[in-house]
Design a binder for this molecule. Structure first.
Ligand SMILES: [Cu+2]
Length: 298
């Protein structure tokens, strides 16, 4: 039943293994240093998607914290991955069965190793948790006085944006834009000016997501939430619903135009001229799939 003590060997036994171990360790260190150097060349402004590790190029003031968290998590995962796979490959080769007559040393109940593989993941999770909370605080920090306020209504299956900022059109009316799954809603934002978004849903949970902001926020029925962001790069970006919300979830897209303040003001004036003034109530009849000539139970 019990293990024959003579068959248990300390893994440090035998001077012959030392040169191998030295080589393996040098190889591991070399790979680690090369990996860290390669990743430290990463930048979110880089043209290469490879150097951004698949993130899009950022377009807001809140992207730095997420980018650093993303790269940091990859460095941590790389170090752990190389360490673990290195040890697996090394022990498979080093302790392989070398002859038919003798099986390799059988080891079990190695308390230090068991303590190590219990504590190490807890440390990894604690460190990732710490940096995640730090990044979240940076991303969600409120601005004292945002320059613009925009209400977002996410409803099955299109977005409505209400610009509560009528400065360009006289100062006391709101203008809005709403779309359909066929004709996407357009969101205009002035570059380098802070916007406070307020999110609401009349039906189910949606999620407001602009990938270039490295940010998404659930849009919950019955509970408003806000976040502040300053767009930093002019361009046209695709926004999405990131919460599976029903049949035409995949069509719940919008276009984000980050433009100069002049163009932004012009757009608001155009909405006013088009009669899109006031606050639409959102999708009152949210079981109708607007613009698709189809009706849905959901
Ligand atoms: Cu949705």
């Amino acid at each position: 039943m019990g293990l024959d003590p003579s068959s248990i060997r300390d893994h440090t036994q035998g001077a012959a293994v030392r040169p191998h171990r030295g080589m393996a360790r040098r190889l591991q260190v070399t790979v680690l240093v090369a990996g860290v150097l390669a990743l430290s060349g990463c930048s979110q402004d880089s043209d290469s998607e490879f150097l951004r590790l698949a993130l899009p190029q950022g377009a807001s003031d809140r992207t730095d914290a997420i980018f650093e968290l993303w790269i940091g998590a990859w460095i941590a995962a790389g170090i752990i991955g190389i360490g673990v796979f290195g040890m697996i490959v090394w022990s498979v080769l080093h302790y392989r069965r070398r002859s038919d007559s003798e099986i390799p040393a059988q080891t079990r109940y190695n308390l230090p190793i068991e303590v190590l593989y219990t504590i190490a993941p807890i440390i990894v999770i604690a460190v990732l948790f710490f940096f995640t909370v730090q990044a979240q605080e940076d991303v969600e920090a409120d601005v004292a006085e945002p320059e613009h306020e925009i209400s977002v209504v996410g409803a099955k299956w299109a977005w409505t944006f209400v610009y509560q900022d009528g400065e360009a059109i006289g100062g006391d009316t709101d203008v809005f834009d709403l779309g359909t799954p066929d004709e996407l809603t357009e969101l205009y934002l002035p570059v380098d000016e802070t916007v406070r978004f307020t999110l609401d849903s009349p039906d189910v949970i949606h999620s407001f997501w602009v990938p270039e902001f490295y940010f998404k926020r659930d849009v919950l029925p019955g509970r408003s939430s806000t976040f502040d962001v300053t767009p930093t790069r002019e361009g046209v970006f695709r926004g999405r619903c990131a919460e599976l919300c029903g049949t035409f979830h995949a069509r719940m897209l919008f276009d984000v135009h980050i433009v100069s303040r002049e163009e932004y003001d012009e757009h608001l004036a155009e909405l006013e001229q088009a009669g899109q003034v006031g606050d639409p109530s959102g999708a009152a009849d949210s079981t109708t799939v607007v613009g698709l000539d189809q009706e849905s139970e959901q």
